[in-house]
Structures are given as C-alpha cells and as structure tokens.
Design a protein around this ligand. Structure first.
Ligand code: SF4
Ligand code: SF4
Length: 198
C-alpha cells in the first residue's frame, strides 16, 4: 500500500466515523416517542381511536341505551355478538322485550366496527383499554351489560284529550260535489216535427 492510498483510506474512515457520530448525536437530543411500558402505565398515552375492546355505553344513572334489537348481531361478519333477550312486565301492565345478556367474544372480533356504526341507538363503542391478555380463550367471552338493570319509572298518565266536535262540512257548490254519474240525465230535446215537409 502506497502512502497516498494509506491516507486516502484513513480519511474515508474518519469521515464515516464523523457521519455516524452526527446521526447518534442527533438522536440523543431528539424527544423520545417510545413508551416505557409497563413502567409508565400511569402516564401511558393510547390513541383515543384505538380499538381495543367493545363496550356498552352507560349514562351517569347506570342505564344503557341498548334496546336488544339485534341489528349489531346481524351485521357482525363473524358471529362475535350474541344478544339474549327477555320479556319483562312494565309498570303500565304491558310486557316488553328487553336486553338480558349482551355477549361479546373478543377473541373472534376483527375490530371492523360494523356493529358500532349500524347500531340505531348509539349504544356501543370501542374503548382503548388494551390490556386484555388472558390465559384461555374462554375468558375473552364477556357479558357487556354488567350493571344491574334499573327499574323503569312509570310514565305520568296523560290527561284525556277532549273529543273535538266534528266540524260541519262546508257546503260545496253542487257543481263541484256532483260526480258526472250523479248528474240527472238531461231531458231529451223534443223532436220537432216538420209539418211543412209532410
Ligand atoms: S347494541 Fe345497538 S344494534 Fe345492538 S342490540 Fe343494542 S340497540 Fe340493537
Ligand atoms: S367490530 Fe366487527 S367483528 Fe367485532 S363485534 Fe363488531 S361487527 Fe363483529
């Protein structure tokens, strides 16, 4: 190796080293985007749009909005949902079909969200609670209506509505009301005999 080749390769090596150190130095001062899970479980940020598991929406009084219509079950492409209904006696004495069990099999869900978008009562949603690891598949089958059903309050009796007197039918001109068939047959014009021609 000549002296010229020696210094050329030395220069190439030093240049490569500086370039590598430059990349390393830049990454050292760049803010970190990786999450130190599970150490940072309390401050972990998960995207609100992340689809981890399905859940029923409950209001502040502990009521859900599911009417057990079964549309989500029909629209689920792989049989993940099972809606079990029951008949209950209402305060007004009538019977009503209500939700008994909302069964969801997380293990077979493809997170397509068809059930959420087709629910007519906006009763379900995806939560981003991603810690769903269990040891057996059976534990992935969940009953989403976990809160006890609230009693329905009887509706206030509505005041009887006074019957309105029938409005007298406005007399219409005979020409408007009469059907063509109702019209009296027109008197046949008397035939005039031309006596002069006889
Ligand atoms: S979640 Fe929605 S679509 Fe499914 S049964 Fe309840 S109301 Fe019907
Ligand atoms: S997200 Fe898709 S696969 Fe999962 S329960 Fe809903 S409809 Fe079924």
């Amino acid at each position: 190796m000549s002296i010229k080749e020696y210094f050329s390769s030395l220069f190439t090596g030093v240049r490569s080293l500086i370039k590598g150190m430059e990349v390393t130095g830049k990454e050292l001062v760049t803010p970190k985007i990786t999450e130190q899970y599970p150490e940072n479980r309390d401050t972990l940020k998960i995207s609100p749009r992340f689809r981890a598991t399905l859940k029923l929406k409950y209001d502040e009084e502990g009521r859900h909005k599911c009417i057990a219509c079964g549309i989500c079950q029909m629209n689920c492409p792989n049989g993940t949902i099972k809606i079990v209904t029951k008949m209950v006696d209402m305060p007004d004495g009538k019977k009503k079909r209500k939700l008994d069990k909302w069964i969801y099999d997380l293990g077979s869900c493809t997170f397509c969200m068809l059930c959420v978008t087709t629910c007519p009562h906006d009763a379900i949603e995806f939560s981003n609670e991603f810690e769903q690891a269990v040891f057996t598949r059976e534990k992935l089958v969940k009953q989403l209506n976990y809160l006890p059903e609230k009693e329905e309050e009887p509706k206030p009796a509505s005041a009887p509505v006074a019957a309105k007197p029938a409005a007298p039918a406005a007399a219409k001109p005979a020409a408007e009301t009469a059907k063509p068939s109702d019209k009296a047959p027109q008197a046949a014009e008397p035939k005039t005999e031309n006596k002069e021609n006889k």
